[in-house]
Design a protein around this ligand. Structure first.
Ligand SMILES: [Zn+2]
Length: 81
């Protein structure tokens, strides 16, 4: 199958992989998945939810102090692709 279902870490709904945004936490920065390492998915509905940064912090085992960085990184990722 070329389009498997994946779970959004925020709403926990399942979507075809192609509809989701795949991210990873790498070298202390939140970035788009580069093809190596652990990754997770956000659905288009959740990418701008305030809760998203909480879920990302939890998944990446980050402290609350990193939440601003996550919010900032999310904005950059969605603005510039
Ligand atoms: Zn979602």
């Amino acid at each position: 199958m070329s389009n498997p279902m994946r779970m959004c870490i925020v709403c926990r709904d399942r979507f075809p992989q192609a509809q989701l945004i795949r991210l990873q936490y790498k070298d202390s920065v939140l970035v788009r998945f580069c093809g190596v390492g652990r990754s997770f998915y956000l659905c288009p509905n959740c990418k701008e939810k305030p809760k998203a940064s909480d879920c990302i912090a939890r998944i990446c085992k980050l402290d609350k102090k990193h939440k601003e960085m996550i919010k900032f990184a999310l904005k950059e990722i969605f603005l510039y692709g």
